[in-house]
Design a protein around this ligand. Sequence first.
Ligand SMILES: [Zn+2]
Ligand SMILES: [Zn+2]
Length: 382
Amino acid sequence: MKTRAAVLWAQHEEWKIEEVELGDPAPDEVIVKTAFAGMCHSDEHLVTGDLAVSDEMLEMIGVPHFFPMIGGHEGSGVVHSVGANVSSVAPGDHISVSFIPSCGTCHWCSTGRQNLCDLGAATLAGGMISDGQYRHHINGTPVNRMAQLGTFSEYMLVSEASVIKVEPDLPLDAVAMVSCGVATGVGSAQNRAGVKAGDTVVVVGIGGVGANALQGAKLSGAANIVAVDTNPNKKEMAEEFGATHFYSSFDDAVLHVMEMTHGIMADSCILTPGVTTGDLLEPALNIISKDGTIVVTGLAPMEQRDVKLDLFSLSMYNKEIKGSIFGSSSPRSEIPRLLREYQRGALKLHELITNTYTLDNINQGYQDMRDGKNIRGVIAFD
Ligand SMILES: [Zn+2]
Ligand SMILES: [Zn+2]
């Protein structure tokens, strides 16, 4: 079958709407009619080159070329058809995608860490998870898909490992929100920083992920939830998602955190900027208390190696720095859990959607994100 999709042909170009030929679903594969796709910052990283794979690495993972690529790794939809052996979903089921596939049987899945599933190695590979073959083509040219998904497409052909069945009464725009930014942000606070009731938490960078780190800190009962963003227009939005304080500079935040904690400083600092740079670690280290935790969630450019850090203080004050992927949780249990939090009114999802676009308007959506107008822009399909 054919589908329309937003495709990137090279860095620093606009998304182009193309007709893509989809193959038939092989065993363990499904075709999904996309309902909503979130426009996450990680897809913008493909455009800017912050998420670029060197030719050397492509050769290592056996991928002939990085572009063309269908964007999008956040979304929801309805199962259209399934290949042989598919057992977790059937046509008509509502699903959330997961940008981390989970096989359920590898070392990581079987020890409750599906966010580290071995299938994740295929995230930027173009062939299908099941057999490594390409089943997406534009005029005969094989097409890659962001995170084995490519949600910027009317129909998606994906592995069963990449979809999670959800309750049919849930609004699908809310479901799409949970699949990336919400799980990543909430989990960075609840699972990785281990926020406890009464804690002081600092979140740096208030975009789609940062707003949800604030929500996670609130769900866990943090007393002081400090948002830091250089754009002062983010204050109102930060407060809506749980921030008790807002500062537009790290220096300002450090002084006030010192005051509000009587010199103890913050229990944790979560880094969720659009692009994480090495110079953020030192101020993060200064804002956390002894035994405090830094969680690095926002993506850094792949080639970045330089970090400025006071290692003496790191050991002398028993501090820790942790990375986090998918909120350090298992998609198959975390996505339904977050949707339950939404259903009981504790987690804001619709409020995250600032603007809705058609597939053809995707470039406008990304421009609005660059201009700081969107927490999340969402593509709505018919
Ligand atoms: Zn994302
Ligand atoms: Zn696995």
